[in-house]
Design a protein around this ligand. Structure first.
Ligand SMILES: NC(=O)c1ccc[n+]([C@@H]2O[C@H](COP(=O)([O-])OP(=O)(O)OC[C@H]3O[C@@H](n4cnc5c(N)ncnc54)[C@H](OP(=O)(O)O)[C@@H]3O)[C@@H](O)[C@H]2O)c1
Length: 313
């Protein structure tokens, strides 16, 4: 028994853990053994939502292997629609098309070693395929039992509203979730995307919720960044800007005043923002998963919430 809490994903009936696990490190930054440790720790901590993509190298294969016989204890979310450079055959940049989606789902099912995907997400908008066709093709997969729910990623606010109305008009499945860049460092989606999610009951799954580790406290202004950290390893040093450290330091002061940690604010504070259903932080070690799962349980009071909003506004 863990202290993890569970929520519905938007207004759907799909229950997910308040803290999820982003799996883009699997096979990319960590090997099979380390992946096993991370997945075991996540399940022990009560995490049920595992988010991957057909575009994260061999992440789907690594996740399947690490889950083993526990597949039915978890919610597997994967994505299609990124450029796989021909792995699903020629696609002519129409990866939201019926033709492409069938190929993509067959490959993901094989790699995940399962007969169904719980949440199948359009990774990014396809400028060449009408969204009606994408929604209809995904609805066929639901009808055929290959996927359970559908979600979007990287859509703009108007595209979320447009997809919702087209699914209503055509009687197709609707996107129950939206996965977009969102953290206390990157709040661009609050203008248009979050209001669209609020209006239509779409659950937000923020990606890069820890700003790739910046919101864990491991990077300090004026100090050499840890050489093995994601930001250094992936050459993202532009993240270590004065503007970002100003936010980190303000959030750290906010945390210290309440006797909690920066990680608590980054995870629990984000989980408390409007429409957020699950915070899918990535991890490279079991310790990180345990820390993130615990941090996500911090629930700001109404006063904390107001102060936090004022701080990052
Ligand atoms: N839809 C999209 O377009 C899209 C794009 C990107 C990501 N995603 C999804 O979003 C998920 C989350 O994003 P992300 O993993 O890239 O970024 P993130 O959650 O912001 O950062 C994760 C990184 O921070 C470090 N970290 C995590 N917990 C820590 C802790 N407790 N203490 C210290 N360091 C810690 C780890 O890196 P190190 O140990 O290496 O420092 C970890 O890999 C991904 O896994 C993926 O599933 C989606």
């Amino acid at each position: 028994m863990t202290d993890m809490t569970y929520r519905t994903l938007g207004t759907s009936g799909l229950m997910v853990s308040t803290v999820g696990l982003g799996c883009n490190n699997f096979g990319m930054r960590i090997d099979a053994d380390a992946t096993q440790h991370v997945v075991d720790a996540a399940i022990e901590a009560g995490i049920t939502l595992f988010d991957t993509s057909d575009s994260y190298g061999d992440s789907e294969l690594f996740l399947a292997k690490a889950l083993g016989s526990r597949r039915d204890q978890v919610v597997i979310a994967t994505k299609f629609g990124s450029d796989l450079r021909g792995a699903n055959g020629p696609d002519w940049d129409a990866r939201g098309s019926r033709r492409y989606i069938r190929r993509a789902v067959e490959r993901s099912l094989k790699r995940l070693g399962t007969d169904h995907i719980d949440l199948y997400q359009l990774h990014k908008p396809d400028p060449n395929t009408p969204i009606e066709e994408t929604l209809a093709a995904l609805s066929e997969l639901v009808r055929d039992g290959l996927i359970r729910y559908i979600g979007s990623s990287n859509l703009k606010g108007w595209q979320i509203a447009d997809a919702e109305w087209k699914s209503r008009a055509n009687g197709t499945e609707r996107f129950i979730s939206a996965q977009n860049l969102y953290s206390f460092i990157e709040r661009g989606i609050e203008d248009e995307v979050i209001p669209a999610c609020e209006a239509y009951g779409v659950g937000m799954l923020p990606y890069f919720p820890l700003a790739s580790g910046l919101l864990t406290g491991k990077y300090q202004r004026g100090q050499e960044p840890p050489a093995d950290g994601r930001i250094t390893a992936w050459g993202m040093n532009a993240m270590l800007s004065d503007r970002n450290f100003d936010i980190v330091e303000a959030l750290t002061t906010f945390a210290t005043e309440r006797d909690i940690t920066l990680l608590d604010v980054a995870m629990g504070g984000l989980a408390a923002q409007s429409t957020v259903s699950s915070v899918i932080a990535g991890a490279t070690t079991a310790e990180q998963v345990r820390a993130n799962a615990a941090a996500g349980l911090w629930v700001p009071s109404a006063e904390d919430h107001k102060a936090l909003r004022a701080l990052v506004a």
